[in-house]
Structure formats: structure tokens, C-alpha cells
Design a binder for this molecule. Structure first.
Ligand code: SF4
Length: 378
């Protein structure tokens, strides 16, 4: 029996409107989602039967827009998970919510959700219009007020480095959010992802996001303001007061175990040291997922990662967090280690530092996180 923490991710792929910058596995909500809900229940039961005796440290409802589900549906999935797996003491049960669903937040709290992540993105009407969001600044604020009265643990997402946004604009916007006293913020730079509506607009010259230099200055400003306010980054895009970090997301970055159900959900269980790390992936399209669950009992297909691929994943994920990557644990779980020459080179350049057995990016290194992590992979 593994003593690694286990999380459950539940993907609800429907959204009321598809945002022009989004490249997630999402589909326009059409109100005919009962079959998907039933498939989620069956898939959850399947995984509970695979791992008897393993209890859940966290559940996360992500999407898409899982706040389009009813409180009753969410409550049924939580109850089913408790019956099938059992819960660790203090389990985190999180839900991503759209501000337009603020009227259902109390239902979600009653259903067992104890952490709410609100997709505010901005409190400014013009910014929300430019992002193609289907809510305005007033509804962002109303949803935040409703969230704070229904939940003790609230985070909001904001998008910065938007077209035309200056350092002064962002400093004012972020400072006013920090003044609310929220304990957790997810702050994402707008990126233009291939295949999105924004990518097409950028190709046509109709959209010009800030260049790299301004993007870097906005990132540094973000770190500075959040640190001063007592919410340092514990991951590249996530800031929290000590103790308010998302436990579920930490599972991914620390290479723990998780099960992913719902269209496009993926999971990881075990390690090379325990016979191989299982990698699971579900069908992307809701209809395919539902069919696969009906035919096989689960929406997932599974394969075992090689120790090398497992090590690469652990390096890429582990370096994202402020507490860094435990090199001894990497060696123990996969038999692999990072590229020694690159490690020396980046340490000499001041981009990496060791803290005991943990390898961490410095503030400067975080600006180049993906490239450094890729170069360190064996
Ligand atoms: S609401 Fe979120 S998941 Fe849905 S399209 Fe917009 S950004 Fe993507």
C-alpha cells in the first residue's frame, strides 16, 4: 500500500461561452449533461474499486466550468468519493467557479466544497470585454463577496499582461486586490495559445500582447507586490499566505498520486520504485468519454511510464514550486538524476540554488523556468 497522498480530479468540460484565449478541453454547454454526470459516477466507482484502502487527500472539480453543475450533482460525487475511497482528515475539496454562477455558491458549500477558486480574471469592464469574458466588473465583485461569505478558503484567478496594460495599470489593479486580504491568488500572464481565437487575431495583426520585456517587468512587479503583501509565490503563478496554498495542486507539482476522471482528465499513480508510474488519460470528447465508460467501466486508458519519462515529469513539475525538487527523492523513486553539467552551469549563473537535498530556482531562474527544467532533464 502506497503512503503517497492521493487526489481526485474531476473535469467538467462545458462552459457557457468559450473564451477567445482558452486552449483547455472545453465545449459549449447545451444543457444535456445528464449522461456525462452518470459516466463520472461510474468512472469514480471504477477507480475506487481499483485502489481499495487508499483514501483521498483532495478532490478538485476543474474545467471547463464545473460551477455549471448543480449543488446536488456535486454533492453526489463527493458522497460517492467518500463511500468509495474514504477521506483523509482535513481533505481539501475545491471547485472552480465562474462569477456568473455566484447564486449557486451556497449550494456548493452545503454540498461539501471547502475551497473555492473564482475565475474573476479582472474587476474592470473593459479588460473583461477584451478577454471575451461573459461577466463584468460588478459581477466579479458580487461573486467575490458571495464567495467570502460562503467559504473560508477562497482564491481568485487574474489575468495580466493584457493588450495595452501598463505597469501602472497592473500595479493599481493588483494592489487593490491584495488590499482585500485574500489569502490565495492565481496570477496568469496572458499567453496566446495556438489554435485559439486570440491566436488568429494576433496573426491578423488585430491583437498585440505586451512583448517579452514588458511581460518580464510585469512579472517582477507581481512578485514584488505579492511578497510585500505577505503572499509570496509558492509556484510560478500561485501566491498564498503561508498555510493557504492549494493542497490539490501541490500533489501535481510534488509528483504525488492522482486520479483524473471526466473528458480529458489524466492521472498518475505510483513510481518506478513501486513497480512503475501509471499514466492514465481519458477520451477528450464528452461523447467518446461516455461511450468508453459504458464499454469498459472507465473513461481512461493507462500505460506505465518509463523511469526516464517519470523523472523528466518530476523535474519539470518539481522545479515550479518554491520549495523545489528533492534530488534524493528523485533518485530514490526513479533511479535518475538531473544533468550534472547543466546543474553546475545554471547554479554558477545564479539561476539555481540547493537547499539541503532540494534544488530550487532563484527569482532570476524563475523567469527561465521551462528552459532550465528542460535542460536539466536526463
Ligand atoms: S470559462 Fe475558463 S475553461 Fe471555459 S472557455 Fe473560458 S477560460 Fe476556458
Amino acid at each position: 500500500m502506497s503512503d503517497t497522498a492521493l487526489g481526485l480530479y474531476i473535469h467538467w468540460p462545458f462552459c457557457a461561452r468559450i473564451c477567445p484565449y482558452c486552449d483547455f478541453n472545453v465545449y459549449r454547454a447545451r444543457g444535456n449533461d445528464g449522461a456525462l454526470f452518470e459516466a463520472l459516477v461510474a468512472d469514480l466507482d471504477y477507480w475506487a474499486a481499483q485502489w481499495p484502502g487508499r483514501t483521498l487527500a483532495s478532490i478538485h472539480f476543474g474545467g471547463g466550468t464545473p460551477s455549471l453543475m448543480t449543488g446536488r450533482q456535486i454533492g453526489q460525487l463527493i458522497d460517492r468519493a467518500q463511500t468509495g475511497f474514504g477521506f483523509d482528515p482535513g481533505i481539501e475539496i475545491g471547485l472552480e467557479a465562474n462569477p456568473n454562477d455566484a447564486g449557486r455558491l451556497a449550494d456548493f458549500a452545503a454540498a461539501g466544497i471547502n475551497r473555492l477558486s473564482l475565475g474573476v480574471q479582472s474587476f474592470h469592464d473593459d479588460a473583461l470585454r477584451a478577454l471575451g469574458r461573459d461577466h463584468d466588473g460588478a459581477s466579479s465583485q458580487a461573486a467575490l463577496d458571495a464567495a467570502l461569505s460562503a467559504f473560508g478558503n477562497v482564491s481568485i484567478d487574474l489575468i495580466y499582461a493584457r493588450e495595452g496594460q501598463t505597469e501602472n495599470d497592473w500595479a493599481a489593479e493588483l494592489s487593490s486586490v491584495l488590499a482585500t486580504g485574500l489569502a490565495h491568488l492565481s496570477l496568469y500572464q496572458l499567453t496566446i495559445e495556438p489554435g485559439t481565437a486570440f491566436a488568429k487575431r494576433a496573426e491578423r495583426g488585430e491583437l498585440t500582447p505586451p512583448g517579452d520585456a514588458l511581460g518580464e517587468r510585469l512579472y517582477r512587479l507581481t512578485q514584488e507586490l505579492c511578497r510585500e503583501a505577505g503572499l509570496p509565490a509558492y509556484e510560478i503563478s500561485n501566491h498564498a499566505r503561508p498555510g493557504a496554498e492549494s493542497r490539490h495542486n501541490r500533489l501535481y507539482w510534488q509528483g504525488a498520486d492522482w486520479i483524473g476522471i471526466g473528458p480529458g482528465g489524466h492521472g498518475r499513480i505510483g513510481s518506478a520504485a513501486t513497480g512503475g508510474r501509471l499514466s492514465t488519460e481519458t477520451a477528450l470528447r464528452p461523447a467518446d468519454y461516455i461511450r468508453r465508460v459504458a464499454e469498459t467501466g472507465t473513461g481512461s486508458k493507462a500505460e506505465t511510464l518509463s523511469a526516464l519519462d517519470e523523472a523528466r515529469e518530476r523535474i519539470l513539475m518539481g522545479l515550479r514550486i518554491e520549495s523545489g525538487l528533492d534530488l534524493e527523492q528523485l533518485k530514490h523513486t526513479t533511479g535518475q538524476t538531473v544533468e550534472a553539467e547543466e546543474l553546475r552551469r545554471y547554479t554558477d549563473q545564479g539561476w539555481l540554488t540547493m537547499s539541503g537535498t532540494r534544488l530550487c530556482l532563484t527569482d532570476e531562474g524563475r523567469l527561465l523556468a521551462d528552459g532550465i527544467a528542460a535542460a536539466l532533464c536526463p
